[in-house]
Ligand binder design. Structure first.
Ligand code: DON
Length: 588
């Protein structure tokens, strides 16, 4: 008898939940359009339709998935300035048609002058906002290095070809939907004249239907297309460093010249017949995802109830809680720490964690005890950080090369600061570090000393670009933004498809739930079924079901931009997250 069957049989609560909820159709809570978009050859799924079209245009010109990813990466810097960027950083997971994989780490780095306590005041308290807004918040940007590295090493077209759509979008402009026009009114941008001038026409805000042109950004992109080293070693590097230092920032020309992309080996694992290929440190995403899936590997989740039933959510949440405990205690930049990755991925460790899950009720985080004998003692120091706007895109080309990429400015519009004369926003990725031991970050995450600030170090991330294969064949391309919720979102998408057989569109739209060990709270999106929320409450969870949308609390999180491959017809199936209206599955 499987463990899940034993749980279902032995636990009256879970068994009762299971039977009472089996009748509830998973599709009841899904968006109206719950069918994936299909394509025979190639697909590009992003949060912004012009960026998706840019990717497809490059594929039609003979580019491969990496060329399309480079085109999309630069295009999103124009048409999705909240998170698309050249002033931030990110990750690109590539799996070529032969199955060879690369994980390009172009995460921002702390400037050489950064110090562990740089966000504390004289009394040792965190200065609110200092790691989030303005000059001191930015790490050394990696996006230009990452995208150009990808093009040089794995693309087929020239950099100028790959960047042409972005340059055109910046030059000619693009038409703003109501949602996009509204997003540009962000207060972070209003603080800084160089940002207000571009994104808010100095107070004469853009309206729906307006064409938004960015000539300064077009000129910057044109310079990069002609000579990508300009950003790190040329006149452009001098402009960036001068701008940073004039405002009290730390980025110097030496920092820019020292920036390097890391081509890392992805983390791999297995889940219910699929091979998982995902993000290694400095992202916590992949290893925490693998730990979650390892814990869940021997449950028959559908036997407990349908997707998003209380019985399933309970077991999955307990896996989230346990894996996030390890995340906080152990993870940081692998170039600065020895991380217990092997131990965290050990199935025997997952089994020991599984044995600690009570099928009838939650384990309070304060009572959670790590199984002995598997992990080294956690580093005895303090805490790190993570944050608020990011974007993910998924691409498969006609030959079967795949790219899963998540990149970010961290917060919405990053630090809020646009580099004078260059027209692009700088990140606030420094907030992903630990500002102070024991003080939760923007995401409420309490993390360990492995993520303390140090010169040249990369802050811990949760970004989890992921690819699944089955019997060596491409099966899913997955990922999402959402700060600390990224990992649970990707886990939810995998469980919805692999365990519960939702199609890829349904998976993208299914109401999300999240638990991160601390705070000890189960977060539910506003469209999460209220009756299931009530059942989880009566199981003993502190449930936080996000209420009506407002600017600060949209009631939703994440943005799954997904591709699945139909194992029978080999068609590409696109799932675009319908929480936002301006994205697109582009295909041919
Ligand atoms: O790297 C990270 O994990 C964060 N900087 C990501 C921030 C994020 O996803 C915000 N998105 N909504």
């Amino acid at each position: 008898m499987s463990l899940a069957a034993r749980i279902a049989a032995s636990s009256t609560v879970v068994a009762l939940l299971a039977s009472s909820l089996l009748a509830q159709s998973a599709s009841a809570s899904l968006a109206a359009s719950d069918q994936p978009t299909r394509a025979r050859h190639a697909m590009v799924v992003t949060i912004q339709h012009d960026a998706s079209d840019a990717g497809i245009a490059i594929l039609k010109q003979g580019g491969n998935a990496v060329d399309a990813a480079v085109a999309v990466g630069f295009a999103l810097a124009v048409v999705y300035p909240q998170a698309g960027n050249i002033g931030g950083g990110g990750f690109m997971l590539i799996r070529d048609k032969h199955g060879k994989t690369h994980f390009l780490d172009y995460r921002e780095k702390a400037p050489a002058a950064a110090t562990r306590d740089m966000y504390l005041d004289a009394h040792g308290n965190v200065v609110p906002g200092r790691s989030l807004v303005g000059y001191l918040a930015s790490g050394v940007p990696g996006s230009v290095a990452g995208l150009t590295y990808a093009q040089q090493h794995f693309g087929k077209l020239t950099l100028a070809q790959d960047m042409a759509p972005a340059i055109k979008l910046a030059t000619d402009g693009y038409s703003l939907s109501a949602e996009e026009a509204h997003n540009l009114q962000n207060k972070n941008l209003t603080r800084f004249p160089t940002s207000t001038a571009i994104f808010q026409r100095n107070g004469n805000f853009y309206q729906p239907g307006d064409t938004f042109r960015q000539p300064l950004l077009a000129a910057t992109l044109t310079r990069i297309a002609q000579d990508p080293t300009d950003f790190y070693r040329g006149a452009m590097a001098q402009q960036i460093a001068a701008f940073s230092q004039a405002g009290g920032g730390l980025i110097t020309t030496a920092d820019l010249a020292a920036y390097e992309v890391k081509d890392r080996a992805p983390i791999t694992g297995n889940y219910k017949g699929y091979e998982i290929i995902t993000a290694p440190p400095p992202s916590s995403g992949g290893i925490v995802l693998i730990e979650i899936l390892n814990i869940l590997s021997s449950y028959n989740l559908p036997a407990l109830g349908p997707d998003r039933s209380a019985a399933q959510v309970h077991i999955i949440t307990e896996a989230f809680r346990r894996a996030y405990m390890d995340r906080g205690d152990y993870l940081g930049d692998p170039d600065f720490n020895t991380l217990p990755i092997k131990q965290m991925a050990d199935p025997a460790y997952a089994a020991a964690w599984r044995a600690s899950i009570d099928p009838t009720k939650p384990t309070p985080s304060k009572d959670l005890v790590r199984p002995a004998g598997f992990m080294p003692p956690p580093p005895q120091l303090p805490t790190p950080h993570e944050s608020t706007q990011t974007t993910h895109f998924s691409i498969v080309d006609a030959e079967g090369n795949a790219v899963s990429s998540t990149y970010t400015l961290n917060g919405l519009f990053g630090s809020g600061l646009t580099v004078d004369g260059l027209g692009f926003l700088l990140n606030n990725e420094m907030d992903d570090f630990t500002s102070k031991i024991g003080v939760p970050n923007t995401y409420g995450l309490i993390q360990g000393p492995a993520n303390a600030i140090a010169p040249g170090k990369r802050p811990l991330s949760a970004m989890t670009p992921t690819i699944l294969t089955r019997n060596g064949k491409l099966a899913f391309v997955l990922g999402s933004p959402g700060g600390s919720t990224i990992i649970t979102t990707v886990a939810n998408d995998i469980i919805s498809t692999v365990d519960n057989h939702l199609n890829i569109q349904q998976a993208a739209d299914a109401p999300r739930f999240h638990h991160q060990y601390l705070p000890d709270r189960l977060d539910l999106e506003k469209k999460f079924p209220a009756d299931v929320a009530d059942q989880l409450k009566s199981l003993g969870y502190t449930v936080n079901r996000l209420a009506i949308a407002d600017e600060k609390n949209p009631g939703v999180w994440g943005d799954s931009e997904l591709i699945a491959i139909d194992p029978k017809t080999h068609e590409l199936l696109g799932g675009h997250d319908q929480r936002r209206a301006f994205g697109k599955v582009a295909r041919y």
